[in-house]
Write a protein that binds this ligand. Structure first.
Ligand SMILES: [Zn+2]
Length: 482
């Protein structure tokens, strides 16, 4: 039984990786930006083109490094910051930084009362202004101020499955996407650097790692012979990449044919009959009403300490499993993002939901903020852009936000009927904004603020049945809308 199920899981993962082709970021909407890494902040600044030259706002660059201001008397501009003072003249290339002459690569421009300087001159300006070392990677638009830089080591751990372990000198948070046997990590906020571009490994499943820089980011691409999965540990300093093991990620929940359980692929869907044991896209349950349940946190990322030694990651998994069971009891196909104690990045969770074309994404949290349940939906303003195939990653939720609010209200109503105090709120809970489906976060707090209640099957069941009833009630409306 177990083997069959694992094969099915592998099939599902394969499809998800395959669908990863539909990446979260629409390239055409990507702005040109320079990434700036300093000990006190990492940030990106928009690059604009004027007279066929790239410019950046000098205050945009200086402000995150400490208070900065610009004032002018006619065309004469004075820029003051924590580092010192610079003087330039609008339309001229010559100026002074901390009393020393500098020559800009192109004339100073002023727009909306803010001075623009040529990107090519940024390194010189910053190193003089801040009196520190500044390295610029021109072609990739990355600026390193002072002694910043996240280096990494690689180690291929043989085992079942083998894993490529990357240890970074500081915590990192790449966005991750997969395509076939390639897993790409894009580091925009992290000053990841490498002297080596191509790493190769003596392994059949994970053969190579490539380091690239472009568009204000560093990229690491792992090549494997099968779909790969990344997991984080060591406080974000370690990333392990391995062939997606079934238990590590998506678990297709419904063992088809189990008593009292009905998986419900839509008519004409490509779901294979149970027990066929074949892997591949055919086994993906293309239900039009697929619910993804995400137990937040996991692995070394324990979430909140809920008291009495109870970690949030375990409580979220327990509630997620209850919710899955209640949904399946109502004939709703349900998939867990994790069905084990696994660390997963928020981006991966969102990408899984999007790749699976889920109808509903429920992410579960637990907390110690009083008692009762808070149901969160996105704060994004609704958008009616209906036919977009590629949705902007940061606002993927906008098309669904009205339905998300409605589902949050529905769950709150159902909880109230079961005498569980509940409220529906709008808040920037990650990764809701990145989900192209109805998406809500459910934060469970223990009754009477007693953490032991998190373990109560009765309490778990009450919350789970309320959620499942509301999801069922939303089904008719959502299916009509899809
Ligand atoms: Zn949490």
């Amino acid at each position: 039984m177990r083997t069959d199920r694992h094969r099915r899981l592998a099939g599902l993962l394969l499809v998800l990786a395959f669908l990863g082709l539909v990446g979260p970021v629409s390239r055409s909407l990507e702005e040109r930006r320079v990434s700036i890494y300093a000990p006190q902040a990492s940030y990106r600044v928009a690059v604009v083109e004027r007279d066929h030259k790239e410019y950046v706002g000098l205050l945009d660059v200086l402000e995150p490094l400490g208070a900065a201001s610009a004032s002018n008397a006619g065309a004469e501009w004075t820029i003051r910051g924590s580092g010192g003072e610079a003087r330039f003249t609008e339309g001229k290339t010559n100026g002074k930084v901390r009393g020393n002459k500098v020559e800009l690569a192109a004339p100073l421009l002023v727009e909306n009362g803010r001075p623009l300087v040529p990107l090519r001159s940024l390194a010189t300006l910053l190193s003089r202004f801040l009196d520190t070392r500044v390295d610029v990677h021109d072609s990739s638009r990355r600026v390193f101020i002072g002694n910043v830089g996240a280096r990494f080591t690689t180690e291929l751990k043989k085992g079942e499955p083998p894993a490529l372990v990357l240890n970074f000198s500081m915590p990192v948070s790449p966005s991750i996407s997969t395509e076939g046997g390639k897993l790409k990590m894009v580091f925009t906020r992290d000053p990841v650097v490498s002297a080596t571009e191509n790493f190769s490994f003596d392994d059949k499943t994970i053969s190579a790692l490539r380091y690239d820089e472009s568009s204000g980011a560093a990229e690491l691409t792992v090549s494997g012979s099968a779909p790969l999965l990344a997991s984080f540990s060591n406080g974000g300093r370690t990333i392990s990449v391995s062939v997606a093991p079934a238990q590590a990620a998506l678990a297709q929940a419904a063992p088809p044919g189990a008593p009292g359980v009905t998986a419900t692929p839509a008519p004409g869907a490509a779901a294979a009959p149970p027990g066929q044991g074949k892997t591949g896209p055919a086994e993906f349950p293309r239900s039009r009403y697929l619910v993804i349940v995400d137990a937040s946190h996991g692995g070394e990322e324990r979430g909140a300490d809920l008291g009495k030694g109870i970690a949030e990651k375990d409580v979220t998994l327990a509630f997620a499993r209850r919710i899955r069971a209640e949904l399946q009891n109502r004939g709703i196909t349900t998939v867990m993002v994790r069905d084990a104690d696994t660390a997963l990045a928020l981006q991966q969770r969102a990408e899984m939901a999007n790749a699976a074309h889920a109808a509903i994404f429920l992410t579960i949290h637990a907390g110690t903020m009083g008692s009762g349940v808070r149901v969160y939906s996105s704060m994004l303003p609704p958008s009616a852009e209906a036919s977009a195939v590629f949705l902007p990653w940061e606002t993927a939720q906008a098309r669904y936000v009205d339905s998300s609010h409605a589902l949050a209200d529905g769950i709150t109503l159902q909880l109230g009927r079961r005498r569980v105090p509940a409220e529906s709120l709008e808040a920037p809970v990650r990764p809701l904004n990145n989900i192209a489906a109805v998406a809500i976060a459910i934060e469970v707090n223990a009754p009477a603020a007693n953490p032991r209640a998190f373990h109560s099957p009765n309490f778990q069941l009450t919350v789970a049945s309320a959620v499942a009833e509301a999801v069922l009630a939303a089904r008719t409306r959502l299916e009509a809308a899809r």
